[in-house]
Design a protein around this ligand. Structure first.
Ligand SMILES: O=C(CO)COP(=O)(O)O
Length: 261
């Protein structure tokens, strides 16, 4: 398998400056001892991005992601951050399409499509989140819902641009609820997403696309999720705020490779 395995910590709006720096140093200290097979991505709040990226710069398998960007490259948009700014800081990734941005900041598919294009154009890879709310899952319509999210905001990309995208399946009902998708539910949706990518682009692009699971991923359930063939890693929220928990998830990802062999 040639796709990049990955564990991403989305810190959301948590941690003051000193807490953010100590969490980063604890993770980097341990990451230096790892082989580098797993890419570890930290997504701290925007004010800390530059310093945390500098702290991580000597460890090739630790990367930094922004949690958002604007769809314009510059201009009179008070309070916003452009993809070009992220690129100028050498940030590897930006998370787009997170359900919290969709819900609290009114980001619809039109805005997200523009944001995805802006990030790729600026040279920043995208971690694109998709996932259904509870009522959609209960009605059994989760695949159609996710397919629409992908078609509306992601599948306009060229094949070359799509190779710069990581997809994160985050069922809304699992985010911050303690309720995780079962390994079967995750595998089934990840395989479905990969098939959609294959049908829209190429088999190679689909096979090389990293697809992460997010939603109450923690040390106790990470291994069974990572044992699924289409679950390439995790986008972790709450459990990314404690270095010990986050590193256990990274270790679970590393071990599951050997179990899969
Ligand atoms: O939203 C998430 C990551 O982006 C998941 O959050 P939790 O891991 O806290 O459920």
């Amino acid at each position: 398998m040639s796709r990049q395995l990955m564990v991403v910590g989305n810190w959301k709006m948590n941690k003051n400056l000193l807490e953010a720096f100590s969490l980063t140093s604890e993770i980097i200290t341990q990451a230096k001892k790892l082989s580098g097979t797993i890419e570890i991505v930290l997504a701290p709040p925007a004010p800390y991005l530059h310093t945390i990226n500098s702290m991580a710069k000597d460890v090739a398998h630790v990367k930094v992601a922004a949690q958002n960007c604007h769809f314009e490259m510059s201009g009179a948009y008070t309070g916003e951050i452009s993809a070009e700014m992220l690129h100028s800081m050498n940030l590897a990734y930006v998370i787009l399409g997170h359900s919290e941005r969709r819900k609290y900041f009114g980001e619809d598919h039109v805005i997200l499509k523009k944001k995805v294009s802006a990030a790729i154009k600026a040279g920043v890879k995208v971690i694109f989140c998709c996932g259904e709310p509870l009522d959609v899952r209960e009605a059994g319509n989760q695949q159609a819902f996710v397919q629409k999210q992908l078609e509306e905001s992601l599948f306009h990309l060229s094949a070359a641009d799509m190779s710069q995208v990581v997809v994160a399946y985050e069922p809304v009902w699992a985010i911050g609820t303690g309720k995780t998708a079962s390994p079967d539910q995750a595998q089934s949706m990840h395989a479905f997403i990969r098939t959609q990518i294959s049908n829209t682009f190429t088999v190679d692009i689909a096979n090389n696309c990293t697809i992460l699971y997010g939603g109450s991923c923690k040390p106790s359930n990470a291994t069974e999720l990572f044992e699924q063939p289409d679950v390439d890693g995790a986008l972790v929220g709450g459990a990314a705020l404690k270095s010990a928990d986050f590193l256990q998830i990274v270790n679970a990802r590393t071990k599951a490779i050997f179990n899969n062999c």
